[in-house]
Design a protein around this ligand. Sequence first.
Ligand code: SF4
Length: 725
Amino acid sequence: MTSERLTFCRFCHAFCPIRVTVENGRAVKIIGDKDNSMYHGFTCRKGRELPAQHAHPERLLHSVERHSDGSYRAITSAQAIDAIARRLSAIIDEHGPRSVAMYTGTFTHHYPSGTAFAMAFMAAIGSPMLFSPSTIDQPGKPMAVAFHGRWNAGPTAFHDADTWMLVGANPLVSMWGGIPQFNPAKRLHDARKRGLKLIVIDPRRSEVAQKAEVFLQPKPGEDPTILAGMVRVILSEGLIDEAFADEHVEGLAALRAAVEPYTADYVAARADVFATDVVKAARLFAAGPKGMVSCGTGPNMAPRGTLTEYLVLVLNTLCGRWVKEGEPIPNPFALMPEGENKAQPEPRPEKAYGFGETMRVRGLATSAAGVPTAAAAEEILLNGEGQVRALLTVGGNPMAAWPDQLRTFDAMKSLALGVTLDIKMSATAKLCDYVIAPKLSLESPSITKPNEALTFYGVSPGYPEPYAQYGPVVAEPPAGADVIEEWEFFYGLAQRMGLELNVEGTVVDMVNKPTSDEVLEMLTRGSRIPLSEVKKHPHGHIFSDPSIVAKPKDDDWVHRLDVGAAEMMAELDEVAEEAFYEHGGYDGDPVFSHRLISRRMKDVYNSNGRDLDKLVRQNSSYNPAFMNPADLEALNLVAGDVVEITSNRTSIYGIVEEAPDVRPGAISMAHAWGDAPEHDTSVRFIGSNTGRLVDNTRRFDPRSGIPIMSAIPVNVRKADNQLDA
Ligand code: SF4
């Protein structure tokens, strides 16, 4: 029997609405839903490969348990939960709740029920050791907001903008970073047709950079220098929004003083860009009159990511680019409660970092970005009271994603109990005691609420309008499979351990298990639009209400946006005093020839999709080391050569590819590839892990703990062993 069902894709965070052709319970074909008013039928190759992902021959259809000889044997999910609950209880009894840590990876964004139950489980056992990608991906965003303050009514929407600036972001590929990721190519095309001027700063002339009116291609790691230079132009030429600054901003004098050294000539010489382009970009952005700067992942992974994100906020604030009193609120939410929507800054937190749980290593503690994930491996390896002995991983792959892979590898091997929920035997799964086989997206219901919540994460990454969709179950798991939803795993654990779960304010019935839809009701309690109403719109719907506009500032309101935060100004001073780098290394490093920068690849999503034939056939099954042709010639390399890329920490293999879009001196490589060291000679099939080049304990941000994960100083040379395919 064949039918067509409507839901949304969860291969990546864009959540594109799809029509799924289902034959006898199995998904066989995916197309975009042209009747959807937000995405207009957009999908990408990854989403169209969902049927292959669901039916992949290597997909885990049963949970597995590792035996003493290292082999894995199938086990029912109920037996696995029994055993894990027993072992966790024993560890907690002997070592306390802190000895149990959790890593909720990128995919927890896509499965909100699992995330909510995972967090409720950690709260129930009383462990603060909840690690996430937030501190190793874009920690600069929440940190910068903590220093600068948040504008309650939110940022100007992309569809209202006259000018937009992207710093190290390529939304046409990453579906992230400034242009709303819901059919970004169409949005950019439409915006440019109506006159939007685009400015891009990136060491690579990326797909989106090719559409820019002004493009600056700096040395990697120089984003703060360029942004400070632009701030200086805007201040010195009197291009700020004076009325907005008078009423809502503080710290201008300190900012003026701190950016004084950043003349256009200084910036040009240091970042290797044209001084005229720095001035042109500043003037074009300030002319607006509407539009914002937003920043991608790379600049956050590079040194001084918080300063970069802070200067992004400063530029937006100087030009008054926030929703003002009486202007419509672009997204007053649908599956979340309606916001306050006041045209005023929110109070800043007392501390941006150094609060909450303190790590036992390097003086790190919780920050606005969360518990520092870069400390997790050390917390596992360091003996003594409080040592982490069990790690539960959901929606993530620490062996691929965490920085400093060698340290992660040692840590994973030393755990008393490693558990992961994964669809395959990933690099992390292969080091765990239990791997729970989960349901996939077409087999479980979900909601688009996580993309609404992104509104609070930097500038414009969430839905630009109050859009919502409910995605029902549209396909059955393969015959004979014993797969469960993530939330069911944590519910089952809590039941067996005698715990009570509180999920976003709802005390869960621990006797009568809720249904998946009842769980979604828990997650949408108090939403502006009831879930039952959203369900009436199977194509998804924009729940507009033009009457929702930004309210006036409260009469006695004293809070202001701070553009002169002392720590950020001190960091600007530090940067201005640093020596320029001629080679790849930072001050005091040995000489390095290149800097390795991170990137996304169109056909994979972090470590996901590399095993799907049609995706890898389009390109390759590895993450190439993209280099400028001039660099290849200088190093006597040709495309396809295996190179050894060496950092201060260690070496990895890479396979070079000629890329005129990458500036000389840079190597552009996607992260989250490869496997454990013993698989390195398979680089032509599995790629390399750039995280292995990172040393967590050297040159890390003392606030969020993020080490240098992009703009990594490296040397490169042709490998002695070409590992011929
Ligand atoms: S961009 Fe592609 S992978 Fe991401 S949700 Fe849309 S179809 Fe799925």
